[in-house]
Design a binder for this molecule. Structure first.
Ligand SMILES: C[S@@+](CC[C@H](N)C(=O)[O-])C[C@H]1O[C@@H](n2cnc3c(N)ncnc32)[C@H](O)[C@@H]1O
Length: 305
């Protein structure tokens, strides 16, 4: 990731949530604020890029759509990224709700991007202290944008800048009023992909060592087949290629056959590993549009042992 550049994948993620809120029915995840966090110009620029990508992938298909809205709908729904973004957000916030009922007092959002959680969920925020960690460039962009929009900052929310390739999570949390004695819920959505295996392991270890037993973590990951062109689904190959082009290459995954043991060694007990089929049955089955769970994405829910 470039040092002074807002994460383009974070902007794409916000776009997907906003698009879904405005255009799809039924909704998998409700983010009524996502469309506001990007400017009109940024949304238009993302749409232009998607149209250009469609013309490159499938020029004949692109010409056959009756209008840009139909082409955009197909790009959003049939691509790999939006189904991952929407389903993981729903999965994480459903588990967070349960964790709060069971006594979690802190919510740490790792690689928060343009997630609007703290502004969108006053029902959960009133029982939580929230820490948003992100790369400084993206976090600065987000904070400026929130100021521009005049959104009132919830008093429970703290921002902690961190670059997982340079700093440790443990050190970053120590710079804040995070309390390692309080049962905590962590989410790490759409981030493991972009880090090296070692950076992922070090961060996981920091979570386990800096939160009490029973604290939980939700994260999504790509299986290792996603990185093998002969095995990967075509839309996942396209997703990998498009993020590489924008300077945020995906590089890491887990082998679902060994992840339980791997996480155990890092201090976690597995509660759930949702496979692509599980994700599909939970969130997409019966839809009449083009959304389908991504072939190589899993959702992991683990608890500090
Ligand atoms: C695809 S976005 C996901 C945003 C959000 N979690 C969501 O699901 O909407 C990836 C996020 O990871 C963050 N990220 C990527 N590499 C990072 C690093 N080395 N250190 C800190 N954050 C990083 C980006 O800034 C961005 O916010």
């Amino acid at each position: 990731m470039e040092d002074d550049q807002v994460s383009r994948t974070a902007q794409m993620t916000a776009y997907s949530r906003g698009y879904h809120y405005d255009n799809d029915n039924p909704r998998i995840f409700d983010d009524c604020l996502a469309n506001h966090i990007l400017t009109k110009e940024e949304r238009a620029s993302i749409e232009e890029q998607m149209m250009a990508a469609l013309r490159t992938i499938n020029p004949a298909g692109a010409a056959a759509f009756p209008d840009q809205a139909a082409a955009l709908r197909w790009m959003m729904q049939a691509g790999a990224a939006a189904p991952i973004v929407l389903a993981r957000a729903r999965y994480a916030e459903d588990l967070l709700e349960t964790a709060v009922m069971e006594g979690a007092g802190q919510y740490v959002i790792l690689g928060a991007g343009l997630d609007t959680f703290s502004f969108r969920r006053p029902d959960l925020v009133r029982n939580l202290t929230v820490f948003e960690l992100d790369h400084p460039a993206t976090q600065n962009y987000k904070r400026n944008r929130i100021q521009e929009l005049g959104w009132e900052q919830p008093s429970c929310l703290s921002y902690i800048p961190v670059d997982f390739t340079q700093d440790s999570l443990a050190t970053a949390l120590k710079r804040s009023n995070y309390d390692p004695r309080i049962p905590t819920f962590f989410s790490w959505l759409g981030v493991t992909y972009y880090l090296s295996r070692n950076e992922v392991h070090v961060t996981l270890q920091d979570i386990a060592r800096n939160s009490p037993a029973g604290s939980s973590l939700v994260f999504d990951y790509l299986d290792t087949d996603a990185y093998i062109p002969e095995k990967a689904a075509p839309r996942v190959i396209r997703m990998l290629s498009s993020v590489r082009e924008i300077g945020e290459p995906m590089q890491s995954g887990f082998d679902p056959r060994t992840i339980v043991e791997e996480l155990k060694e890092l201090g976690f007990c597995f509660q759930e590993d949702l496979s692509p089929w599980d994700i599909h049955s939970h969130y997409f089955l019966g839809r009449t549009d083009h959304y389908r769970a991504c072939e190589h994405t899993h959702f992991a829910y683990v608890v500090v042992g």
